[in-house]
Design a protein around this ligand. Structure first.
Ligand code: HEM
Length: 488
């Protein structure tokens, strides 16, 4: 389906959706709340790479893995920019974080710093495994206490994942019912509901000067988030000791103090301000909690739809570990079916179906098409993960596609798989997220069978497009497996 016309490479503009003055191509998208499926459907008419205009912005949508790899990997630096929008600027104080920051030495510095901190306090270390297992145990206790009564899983999953991120960022965690945690849940939901919907105010920035309910709610949620971040920041500053750095906030503070003491700057005019520290930690929260929780929700929803998959995971757990020994990260190799199921969940319901938009920093090209500097590039992971040329029956949930004939794990059966993006702006938390998904799911499924409570309809498999592909709320009945029933 890629253009074979090599006569004039890089000199053709991509096919463009019809566009009106001021509105651009907005009418073509009107009535489609699910942008990822709308963009996928438009391929039938415009091909796998096409352009559109939204307000004054020129956007290109990439629906194919070859073009996606060119943008993210091969020409990663050329497409490493991020667009400014009213909502993302509000969230990140004008890009003073990592995810919404422009490609710059400061972005690179912060990314490296967070990467080092995550590996120091977590990834690969026993410390993180302990933290996640503590949360997994807490989750199992909550499930056991329900004694088979229906339980809304979402808040429990969010608390477990929040506590992991909290431990990494602040070296602290929340108990059930903690008012600070409840407030955090509320503002996080508010942010998810309002950011990333390609809302009109991002297309027509001047709308921010008119009364706007969504924007007012987002401002309130961001204010609540910032107050909490500021509180943690002040506590950390007061207790700071450069010899005992035990979390991300401390690591950022130390970097800032080192810079000030050495009077070193990254580049003239670029300095690490308090805003950068706060927004970077806010970013790890924003990017780290909602994404992993969403993937967990989808995994459990698919377990309810496909009890035979759940059974196979449990058989594998029983065979490899039995019912008593709790799974550890070192067991991942021995549990390929569970790992394949997690991969399949991330394929069929990619958490970030359109990634985060990229921006062309220079005049460039994708395939045969010319892409001017400033173009917003949307990589449609949904289309890539559902591409019929790459996946057999892509709509079918089938963990088996990530296993070979011997039942061994295949990490990527086709290059058309990139749930965490790829290249220079690839997800910073991939390793952490995979650890959480593995440990939390294996601990739950070793001890409980998750069932649909009587008379409850199966939760919808249709996601709601937003900053993440949201799953609808649902309840489960957790039926203890044998040793739980028998007691310790
Ligand atoms: C299942 C869980 C997760 C998924 C599916 C996921 C996916 C993604 C995707 C698709 C991107 C955008 C890549 C791009 O624009 O090219 C991204 C960016 C990012 N993710 Fe994740 N993510 C997950 C968990 C996490 C966690 C746990 C953290 C932090 C601890 C995290 C931190 C980030 C950051 C900081 C960025 C921005 C990177 C940049 O712009 O340089 N993510 N993630």
């Amino acid at each position: 389906r890629l253009s074979r016309d090599k006569a004039d490479p890089g000199h053709r503009a991509p096919p463009c959706l019809p566009s009106l003055p001021v509105l651009g191509s907005l009418l073509q998208l009107a009535g489609h709340s699910e942008l990822h499926t709308c963009f996928t459907g438009l391929q039938a008419r415009y091909g796998c790479l096409y352009a559109l205009r939204l307000g004054s912005e020129y956007l290109v949508v990439v629906n194919n893995h070859l073009h996606a790899r060119e943008v993210l990997f091969k020409k990663g630096k050329e497409f490493a920019g991020r667009p400014h929008s009213v909502t993302s600027d509000l969230m990140s104080r004008g890009g003073k974080d990592i995810a919404f920051a422009s490609y710059s030495p400061l972005w690179r510095f912060l990314r490296k710093l967070v990467h080092t901190a995550l590996s120091m306090f977590g990834e690969g270390s026993v410390a993180l495994q302990k933290i996640i297992c503590r949360e997994a145990e807490g989750l199992c206790e909550v499930l056991a206490a329900t004694q088979g009564a229906p339980l809304a899983m979402a808040p429990e999953l969010t608390r477990a994942v929040t506590n992991v991120v909290c431990s990494l960022c602040f070296n602290s965690s929340y108990r059930r019912g903690d008012p600070e945690f409840e407030a955090m849940l509320q503002y996080s939901q508010g942010i998810v509901d309002t950011v990333g919907k390609e809302s009109l105010v991002d297309i027509f920035p001047w709308l921010q000067y008119f009364p706007n309910k969504d924007l007012a709610w987002l401002r309130q949620c961001v204010k609540a988030r910032d107050e909490l971040l500021q509180k943690k920041f002040t506590e950390h500053k007061e207790a700071f000791c450069s010899d005992s750095v035990s979390d991300l906030m401390d690591a950022l503070l130390r970097a800032k103090l080192n810079m000030e003491n050495n009077n070193s700057r990254l580049e003239p005019g670029l300095e690490l301000t308090d805003d950068h520290l706060l927004m970077t930690v806010g970013d790890i929260f924003g990017a780290g909690v909602e994404t992993t929780t969403t993937a967990l929700k989808w995994a459990i929803i698919y377990m309810l739809h496909y009890p035979e998959v759940q059974r196979k995971i449990q058989e594998e757990l029983d065979q490899q570990l039995g019912l008593e020994r709790r799974p550890q990260l070192s067991d991942r190799q021995r549990l390929p079916y569970l790992e394949a199921t997690i991969s399949e969940v991330l394929r069929i319901r990619p958490v970030a179906p359109l990634l985060i938009p990229h921006v062309a920093l220079v005049d460039s090209s994708i395939g045969d098409y010319v892409i001017p500097k400033g173009t917003h590039v949307i990589v449609n992971i949904w289309a890539i993960h559902h591409d019929q040329d790459e996946w057999d029956k892509p709509e079918e949930f089938n963990p088996g596609r990530f296993l070979d004939e011997k039942g061994q794990r295949i990490y990527s059966p086709t290059p058309s798989y990139m749930p965490f993006g790829s290249g220079i702006r690839t997800c910073l938390g991939e390793v952490l997220a995979k650890m959480e998904l593995f440990l939390l799911l294996s601990w739950i499924l070793q001890r409980f069978t998750l069932e649909l409570p009587a008379h409850h309809p199966l939760p919808s498999l249709a996601g709601k497009f937003g900053i993440v592909l949201q799953a609808t709320g649902f309840e489960v009945k957790a039926v203890p497996r044998e040793p739980e029933r028998a007691g310790p």
